[in-house]
Design a protein around this ligand. Sequence first.
Ligand SMILES: C[S@@+](CC[C@H](N)C(=O)[O-])C[C@H]1O[C@@H](n2cnc3c(N)ncnc32)[C@H](O)[C@@H]1O
Length: 238
Amino acid sequence: MSNIDVLISGISELGIDLDEDRRDKFAKFKSLLKEWNEVINITAIKDDAEIDIKHFLDSLTIFKTGKIVKGVKIIDIGTGGGFPGMPIKIVENDTQILLLDSLNKRLKFLNEVIEKLELKDISTIHERAEALGNNKEYREQYDIAVSRAVASLNILSEYCLPFVKIGGYFIAMKGSDSKEEVEGSRNAIKILGGELEDKIDIKIPNSDIVHSLLIIKKTSHTPTKYPRQGGKIKKNPL
Ligand SMILES: C[S@@+](CC[C@H](N)C(=O)[O-])C[C@H]1O[C@@H](n2cnc3c(N)ncnc32)[C@H](O)[C@@H]1O
């Protein structure tokens, strides 16, 4: 018995093999998550099986896109407790990952996870997405921007697409009822230099929950006036 039994029994459905080192890392990550969650609010999900399903396995469905390959540079926008960025790093160590959030206390937790799990090429940054997206050290520097449970797709596209290189991808992890959201975001995606390439509906292993992965390809530069500042993105979404 380990504290990640549900993860172990479901992960092969996603075509992922968890060796002993990765199992150990997930188990440690979970222990730290539960420990810190007693002190600061990281997640409302506290039960072992639920963490495996709703955080670990859900985050790992992103491997079904085929876009998370060795060597890619990824930014996780609004990472919170490290989802999906931290599970991605544990499974595919040969990635460079930046975990971004505007809430510093969650990043302190993630810095401890990075240290205790001895992870390399992964770091955190305390900033708002719309501010960092205008910084040339970060703008259009990533192969992939990922985001789960942060904002509706039109708003999220303005947060995420500025970070993606031409030819790279913004992958939005959404609920199953994302059809209307997609329709309402087509214009925003186009303005920001993206094109919806695919939508993959996927059942999270060991559950009946179906989520959607929206794969948006960056096809042209994001115009310099985006992302907008000072609450304009939310007040007046594209
Ligand atoms: C509901 S949580 C989701 C966390 C994680 N992605 C997950 O799926 O469990 C949303 C996170 O996005 C962060 N966030 C919201 N708006 C943001 C912004 N404009 N820039 C950076 N982080 C943001 C919040 O601080 C919060 O940690």
